[in-house]
Write a protein that binds this ligand. Structure first.
Ligand code: AMP
Ligand code: MG
Length: 480
């Protein structure tokens, strides 16, 4: 059976200067690593059963009927500095599929060879970042956080030159769209108002059909990012490279380069090797979100008839991000603490815990998971220095005594807010190292475990544990 994808390529119907038509560059000897069958089914794809046929398909060697392969153009602020021309330099979009429920998704091959936007790059990816994105984006989905998804991964049978000779690989990414803040910036920077209007209409129709005009889209994007960043912070996720070209209009997490989940909590935590000044540190993420949204607002100004009035209303909208984020973040924290009622001191209680976790060197995931039980005192064992935790516990118990919800119900509600399992860096690295050596068992096991992150199971205890000092991964790298 050959592949059938229900394509309907709306982006490819936008004006020709939105992209360059570009086929994936064929690879030598593709070999299937993984295909995400539940996702394929959700998208309504008919896939061949044969691993070789799947490898041909997800390497780009064989292009499914109805595809309209292209590389999108965009711009963006990278670490605050303006790049007027970026684009899919190592990715080719095959097209959009419309799933049986009517939802629309891009299917993109990442590592598919050079495009006009490759600059000095080779257009390829090596196995490490491909497996990282596979593991972490699927873990995010299972955690209930809006994200691009992993449909497949293949080895290319070719060598990619990075720090050394690395095995090449291609990742198949699924996204509600790949429209970025940087896509708007690209056309705004060129004064191409006609294109901006077409992009606005396309984005609204696709993601926010109820939004009215530029102001409506800005408002929707602000709301989506406030929710997304609060959700990240609730699981200790650090995106690591929140450039404006890595922020989607859909509100999905995109670009799993140097991202990481924290083990030990610290608000200033940074993993990315290139984030020297901590611009994208854990606790900076909301401010960066607002900064990026200000760039979106600026890009939308040319579409407004009265520029001065628009500057005023857009400024107010962007300034409103902080309050909207706080509301989302406080509700994430209340859920993590199991508070169904609201009291004045709740936010202070949550922040006090976070401060004590910093002082006491507490594992983020284990602290909250232990609180989601009839014995919250066990959370002390997640602290390197438990003395920091004990005074807080008394306050917490006093607060819980004023909750009207029965304890069993509270705990049941806390479990899905406090995962038992996250993709810990050292486990992700271990899966990659093993795969490079030819053993995919740790990769497969980690993926399978992360599909159900909220249930404690004796067989995954080793994956739940924080790293020992020797195992700790201190730095992560962009996936180039
Ligand atoms: P990223 O760090 O993934 O957000 O990528 C930033 C820009 O660099 C994007 O325009 C990418 O397409 C481009 N890029 C990254 N790696 C490569 C590569 N190996 N070959 C060509 N372009 C690349
Ligand atoms: Mg990117």
């Amino acid at each position: 059976m050959s592949a059938h994808f229900p394509f309907d390529n709306s982006y490819a119907r936008l004006p020709e200067h939105f992209f360059t038509r570009q086929n994936p560059v064929p690879v030598a000897q593709p070999r299937l690593i993984a295909v995400n069958e539940p996702l394929a089914e959700r998208l309504g794809l008919d896939l061949p059963e044969d691993a070789d046929a799947l490898a041909q398909l997800f390497s780009g060697n064989q292009i499914p009927d109805g595809a309209a392969p292209l590389a999108q153009v965009y711009a963006g602020h990278q670490f605050g500095g303006w790049s007027q021309q970026l684009g899919d330099g190592r990715a080719v979009m095959l097209g959009e599929v419309v799933a049986p429920d009517g939802a629309r998704f891009d299917i993109q091959l990442k590592g598919a060879g050079q495009t006009p936007y490759s600059r000095m790059g080779d257009g390829r990816a090596w196995l490490g970042p491909v497996l990282r994105e596979y593991i972490i984006s699927e873990a995010m989905a299972a955690l209930g956080i809006p994200t691009t998804r992993a449909l497949a991964a293949v080895e290319t049978g070719e060598i990619v030159l990075r720090e050394g000779r690395m095995p090449g690989a291609i990742f198949t990414r699924v996204a509600s769209s790949h429209i970025r803040v940087g896509t708007f910036q690209f056309f705004a920077a060129r004064g191409d108002t006609e294109a901006l209007q077409a992009l606005l209409d396309h984005t609204i129709a696709r993601h926010y059909p109820d939004a009215e005009g530029p102001a409506g889209l800005l408002d929707a994007a602000i709301g989506a990012q406030a929710k997304l960043i609060a959700a990240w912070m609730g699981v200790g996720f650090i995106h690591g490279v929140m450039n404006t070209d890595n922020m989607t209009l859909s509100g999905e997490t995109i670009d799993y380069g140097p991202c990481a989940f924290m083990d030990t909590y610290h608000p200033e935590m940074v993993f990315s090797s290139i984030d020297q000044f901590g611009r994208y540190a854990y606790a900076n993420q909301p401010q960066i979100g607002a900064w990026n949204l200000a760039q979106l607002a600026t890009s939308l100004l040319p579409l407004m008839p009265d520029r001065d009035a628009a500057i005023e209303t857009f400024t107010e909208a962007v300034n409103g991000f902080a309050g909207r984020f706080d509301a989302e973040w406080h509700s994430v924290l209340a859920a993590k603490l199991g508070l169904a009622t609201v009291e004045d001191g709740d936010v202070a209680l949550a922040f006090d815990l976070l401060n004590r976790m910093t002082q006491g060197g507490a594992d983020f995931t284990r602290t909250f998971r232990a609180l989601s039980s009839p014995t919250p005192e066990n959370a002390a064992s997640a602290f390197a220095a438990p003395a920091a935790f004990e005074p807080w516990l008394a306050e917490y118990k006093a607060r819980l005594s004023r909750e009207t919800r029965p304890e069993a119900e509270r705990i049941e509600a806390m479990l899905p807010a406090n995962p038992a399992l996250i993709p810990r860096n050292h486990r992700v690295e271990e899966a990659i190292q093993s795969a490079v050596a030819g053993d995919y068992a740790p990769f497969n096991r980690l993926n399978a475990a992360l599909a159900d992150p909220f249930t404690d199971r004796p067989d995954i205890e080793d994956l739940q544990l924080p790293p020992t000092e020797d195992e700790r991964v201190k730095q992560t790298f962009c996936g180039t």
